[in-house]
Design a protein around this ligand. Structure first.
Ligand SMILES: [Zn+2]
Length: 234
């Protein structure tokens, strides 16, 4: 019997007609309620389908799109998962990876470990696997540019003795930590086994003394071991 279907997951869609009499204000208020319960500045359709009183299709029909509904509810701010730059998603992935000392698993990608839920990655990249693949490709691209061999071709920048900048970008930082197995090269401690450990990437030959920002001249140190080196302007 057709009626049976409305008891399943499609219930909210099947009940569409029933919500025809609901006022716009009620739809908006319920959207705001879900946002505040989830403590989010924007609510995904999946979130609302789970927690909302109505159904996302009701909002979409009423307001033209889910985006418009969020905007009406004052929820469509600049920092929404939809508008996040890919780079921000990669950086978050990098942080989780460093904390775990290995590739994060699907179910681990959620708060508090991750700023963004795995669903945000799926929305952006199609699947979690594809997100990982794009991340790795992005990182590998950096690796090709950051070796002693690669910078041989570069000119020394005018006014400096350097071919590279002093700052270590997050991609290079990740490559160095991965090479060093996400452990301090000095004491061997890691965030994966000790939550108090924070890892840094350090110039072996200080940049101020002519050291370059290349893989061969960088190493992973924990913040405690790095303190001893900080006076050397590493
Ligand atoms: Zn250490």
């Amino acid at each position: 019997m057709a009626d049976k279907r409305i008891e399943g997951v499609n219930m909210k869609f099947e009940l569409e007609e029933y919500h025809r009499g609901i006022k716009n204000e009620e739809l908006i208020a319920d959207l705001q309620r879900v946002a505040s319960e989830l403590n989010k500045s924007a609510v995904s359709r999946a979130d609302y389908d789970e927690k909302g009183k109505f159904g996302t299709t009701t909002h979409i029909r009423r307001f033209g799109s889910w985006f418009n509904a969020l905007e009406k509810a004052g929820l469509q701010k600049t920092r929404t998962p939809m508008n996040l730059p890919e780079e921000e998603l990669y950086k978050n992935l990098e942080e989780i990876w460093i904390t775990l000392g290995r590739q994060p698993h699907y179910r681990e990608v959620q708060k508090p470990l991750s700023k963004y839920h795995v669903g945000t990655y799926e929305n952006r990249f199609g699947t979690w696997r594809k997100a990982l693949e794009k991340f790795v490709a992005y990182i590998n691209n950096e690796e090709n540019k950051s070796s002693e061999e690669a910078i041989k071709k570069l000119e020394v920048e005018p006014g400096t003795r350097h071919k590279t900048k002093r700052g270590i970008n997050w991609r290079l930082r990740f490559i160095v930590m991965k090479r060093d197995h996400f452990k301090c090269k000095n004491c061997g401690r890691s965030p994966a086994t000790d939550q108090t450990i924070v890892l840094h990437v350090d110039h072996i030959k200080a940049w101020a003394n002519g050291g370059e920002t290349v893989l061969e001249n960088l190493q992973t140190l924990c913040s405690k071991c790095n303190i001893g080196k900080s006076n050397l302007d590493a």
